[in-house]
Design a protein around this ligand. Structure first.
Ligand SMILES: *[C@@H]1O[C@H](CO)[C@@H](O)[C@H](O)[C@H]1NC(C)=O
Ligand SMILES: *[C@@H]1O[C@H](CO)[C@@H](O)[C@H](O)[C@H]1NC(C)=O
Ligand SMILES: *[C@@H]1O[C@H](CO)[C@@H](O)[C@H](O)[C@H]1NC(C)=O
Ligand SMILES: *[C@@H]1O[C@H](CO)[C@@H](O)[C@H](O)[C@H]1NC(C)=O
Ligand SMILES: *[C@@H]1O[C@H](CO)[C@@H](O)[C@H](O)[C@H]1NC(C)=O
Length: 609
C-alpha cells in the first residue's frame, strides 16, 4: 500500500511538472517609463482604526505590546510610521467629556442627538488621547470629527474636540481632520432627513471647517487647508462624487484667506461588503486579481476627478470584506497576496495612502489586538503584506512603481501580476505575484515561470529573491516574508526563521527565469537583499534638487509630494503649516530634512534593515 501510493504521487509529480511548465514574459525597463507612479509616501500602507476600538488596539492602563511592536516593524522599514485614520461610524457618535477619566468610552446618559444611535451617545475623555498618543512618534493621523451631531451647540462641540486633539496629542502628528464619516449614507442611519445631498453636505461641511479653522487652527498658526471632505462611499452616482463637491464649491477659500479648507480628498471602499455585495464570496474569487480592477473601476474615476483639482486623493478606508471580514476568507494567506497586490496597484494610481480598516472583532484586521472569539491576540497573514510592501519601498522617499495584472490568456488569466519598483529612477525590485489558488492540502503545487528580460546593462548582475509565502491559500498562520515571521516570538517582533540567501544571476542575454509557486509572491531585488540595499540618502534629504519635476509649485505632483512629506513631519505645529499651497517646495525640503536628518546625518550611503 505504502509503496504503491508513493509511486502514484511520484507519477503525479512528474505529470504535473510536465503539464504545468507554463511561462509568462515580462520586460522590466531600467528607468521608469511613462506612466510609472509618482513617489510613494513612506506612510502609504496605512490603517484605519474604528474610534470606539482604540483602546483595544493601543491598550488601557497597560499599553498593548503587540500593536506597539507590529507598528514599530513598519517604522523600521520605511523610516516613517504608517498613516493612521482615526475614523469610522463611531466618530459620528463621539462627544468630549473632560471629566470622564476611564480607559474606555462610555455611554452618554444624557444623549440628545438624533439617529438610530444618537449622534452624541459615546463619551470620551482625556484617556482617549493618551491611548492615541501611544502610536509611534510622528505617526501621521487623520482625525475624524463628528458631523452628524446637529444640536444648537454643534459648533462648540466640534471646536472642543478639535482643540482637545491638537492640545493633547504630542507624540503623534495630526495632519488633517475628516469631518463626518460617509455622509452620503446619513439618510439611511437616521442622521439626516429631508433634502440631504452633496450640496447641503457641502454647506454644513464648510460651516464646521471654517469654525474649526477660525477657533482652533488659526490661533495655532496652522493653515486652513487641513480638512478632508469625504466623497461618496458605498455607491457611485450620488451627488457626493468629487466632481459634484467641486461644483458645490467645497474647495472655496476659507474666509479671510486665499487658501481652500481642503487638504486632500478622502474616500472609502471595500472590495466586498456584507449585505451590499450581491454574490457569495470565495477566496478563489478575490485571488483572481482582475476582479479587484473591476471592482475599483468606479473609484479610478473618482481618482481621475481628483486629478482635475489641486488636491491629492487618499483612500482612507478600505478592506477586502466589510464591515468586519469573514472567517476562512479574510484571515487566510490568500488575503495577504490580495492585499500586497492592492497596495502596489493603488500606488500606481498616484494616491497618497490606503487605510485598511481595523476593528478588534474583524477577521480582516491585520492583527487581532485582544482576546475575541475565544482566541488570543494574534497576527493575521494580512499583516505580512504591510511588511512586504514597506520593506520593498524602503526608507528612501524615492520609490515609484509601475505595472499591474498581466493579460495572460488561459487558466492563469487574472492570477499573475508584475510590478517594477524604481528607487532614484533606477530599477530596484521586480515584484512577481502568482495568486493562482493552491491550498495547504494540495501536495504538488504547480508554478509559473516568469521569463524576465532586463536592460543589457544588467546582464550578469546578481539579484536577491525575497518570498511572501505560506503552505497554501487557506493557511491562517505560519506566513513568512523575506524569511521573517512576526508570529513566532508571540509579541509581534520579527524573527528570522529562514536565513537562506536566495540569489540568481541575470544571463548574458539579459534574461532571468524565476519560478513562482501558485499562491506565492517573489521579489527580485537589485543591489542586495530586500531591506539591505544601499541607497542615496542625500537624495532623500533634498527632494527639491533631485526631483525638481516632482516639486514644481502648484503642480499636482508637488501637492502629492507635499502631502506625503507633511505626513512624515513629526515636528511641532509651527512647521505644520498647510496654509500656502504654492510653497510646497519649501515645506517638502524642510520636513523631509526634519524627519530624516538625525537618522541620516552619519553618512551619504546608508543601509536599511
Ligand atoms: C501618475 O503620475 C505620473 C507622474 O506624473 C504619471 O506619469 C502617471 O501617468 C500617473 N498615473 C496615473 C494612473 O495617473
Ligand atoms: C464665508 O462667509 C460667507 C458669508 O458669511 C459665507 O457665505 C461663506 O460660506 C463663508 N465661507 C466659508 C468657507 O465658510
Ligand atoms: C471571525 O473568526 C472567528 C474564528 O476565528 C469566528 O468565531 C467568528 O465568527 C468570525 N467572525 C466573522 C464576522 O467572520
Ligand atoms: C481551498 O480551501 C477553501 C477553504 O477550505 C475551499 O473553499 C476551496 O474550495 C479550496 N480550494 C481548492 C482548490 O481545493
Ligand atoms: C503659516 O501661514 C500663515 C498664513 O499664510 C502665515 O502668516 C504664518 O507666518 C505661517 N507660519 C509659519 C510658521 O510659517
Amino acid at each position: 500500500m505504502a509503496s504503491a501510493s508513493a509511486c502514484l504521487s511520484l507519477l503525479a509529480l512528474s505529470l504535473s511538472t510536465a503539464a504545468l511548465a507554463q511561462s509568462v514574459q515580462h520586460t522590466a525597463a531600467a528607468q521608469p517609463a511613462q506612466g510609472v507612479s509618482r513617489i510613494i509616501s513612506p506612510s502609504f500602507a496605512g490603517l484605519g482604526i474604528e474610534p470606539s476600538n482604540l483602546f483595544s488596539f493601543t491598550g488601557g492602563e497597560q499599553e498593548n505590546e503587540l500593536t506597539k511592536n507590529l507598528l514599530q516593524n513598519l517604522v523600521d522599514y520605511t523610516g516613517v510610521p504608517p498613516h493612521i485614520r482615526m475614523g469610522g461610524n463611531t466618530q459620528d457618535y463621539f462627544k468630549w467629556d473632560e471629566n470622564m477619566d476611564q480607559w474606555t468610552w462610555i455611554n452618554n446618559p444624557d444623549a440628545v442627538g438624533q439617529g438610530a444611535f444618537p449622534t452624541d451617545h459615546m463619551l470620551i475623555g482625556p484617556r482617549y488621547f493618551e491611548a492615541l498618543d501611544r502610536f509611534p512618534e510622528g505617526t501621521p493621523i487623520t482625525f475624524g470629527l463628528n458631523l452628524a451631531y446637529t444640536e444648537d451647540d454643534y459648533i462648540d462641540q466640534i471646536v472642543t474636540m478639535a482643540n482637545q486633539a491638537l492640545d493633547r496629542l504630542q507624540n503623534v502628528n495630526v495632519v488633517s481632520f475628516e469631518i463626518g464619516n460617509e455622509p452620503d449614507l446619513y439618510l439611511e442611519n437616521g442622521f439626516r432627513t429631508g433634502s440631504w445631498g452633496g450640496q447641503v453636505y457641502t454647506q454644513e461641511w464648510l460651516d464646521r471647517a471654517q469654525a474649526v479653522y477660525d477657533q482652533v487652527l488659526k490661533p495655532r498658526q496652522i493653515g486652513a487647508n487641513f480638512f478632508e471632505p469625504a466623497a461618496t462611499a458605498s455607491t457611485i452616482g450620488t451627488s457626493f462624487e468629487i466632481d459634484n463637491l467641486v461644483t458645490f464649491e467645497i474647495d472655496k477659500n476659507a474666509n479671510g484667506t486665499d487658501t481652500s479648507l481642503v487638504a486632500q480628498w478622502n474616500q472609502h471602499d471595500y472590495y466586498y461588503y456584507i449585505g451590499v455585495s450581491t454574490y457569495a464570496l470565495t477566496v478563489d474569487h478575490f485571488m483572481d486579481l482582475s476582479t479587484t480592477n473591476n471592482q475599483f473601476l468606479a473609484w479610478e474615476q473618482q481618482i481621475q476627478q481628483s486629478e482635475e483639482t489641486p488636491f491629492a486623493y487618499a483612500l482612507r478606508e478600505m478592506g477586502i470584506v466589510g464591515p468586519i471580514g469573514l472567517v476562512d476568507i479574510t484571515d487566510v494567506f490568500g488575503a495577504a497576496l490580495w492585499n500586497l497586490n492592492f497596495f502596489l496597484y493603488t500606488a500606481t494610481l498616484n494616491i497618497t495612502m490606503v487605510g485598511m480598516h481595523m476593528t478588534d472583532n474583524s477577521n480582516a484586521s491585520a492583527w487581532q489586538p485582544i482576546r475575541v472569539y475565544d482566541e488570543d491576540p494574534h497576527v493575521r497573514p494580512n499583516y505580512y503584506s504591510f511588511a512586504a510592501f514597506d520593506q520593498i519601498i524602503g526608507p528612501t522617499c524615492q520609490a515609484r512603481v509601475g505595472g499591474g495584472v498581466l493579460d495572460q490568456p488561459g487558466d492563469y488569466q487574472g492570477y499573475l501580476a508584475v510590478y517594477d519598483v524604481y528607487q532614484n529612477d533606477q530599477l530596484a525590485s521586480v515584484v512577481l505575484i502568482n495568486s493562482k489558488p493552491a491550498n495547504v492540502s494540495e501536495a504538488n503545487k504547480a508554478s509559473m515561470v516568469f521569463d524576465l528580460t532586463f536592460d543589457s546593462s544588467l546582464s550578469g548582475e546578481e539579484v536577491h529573491l525575497a518570498l511572501l509565502t505560506n503552505d497554501g491559500a487557506d493557511a491562517k498562520s505560519g506566513t513568512t516574508w523575506n524569511g521573517i515571521s512576526y508570529e513566532d516570538n508571540g509579541d509581534g517582533t520579527p524573527k528570522t526563521v529562514d536565513d537562506t540567501e536566495h540569489t540568481m544571476k541575470i544571463g548574458s542575454d539579459g534574461t532571468l527565469s524565476v519560478d513562482v509557486r501558485d499562491t506565492q509572491a517573489i521579489v527580485v531585488n537589485f543591489g542586495g537583499a530586500v531591506g539591505k540595499r544601499a541607497y542615496n540618502a542625500e537624495a532623500c534629504n533634498d527632494l527639491s534638487t533631485s526631483r525638481p519635476e516632482a516639486l514644481s509649485p502648484g503642480t499636482k505632483t508637488g501637492q502629492g509630494a507635499a502631502a506625503s512629506a507633511s505626513e512624515s513631519n513629526s515636528a511641532s505645529s509651527n512647521t505644520r503649516n498647510n496654509s500656502a499651497k504654492d510653497n510646497g517646495v519649501m515645506r517638502v525640503s524642510t520636513m523631509i530634512v526634519a524627519t530624516f536628518a538625525s537618522a541620516f546625518l552619519s553618512g551619504f550611503f546608508v543601509l536599511f534593515a
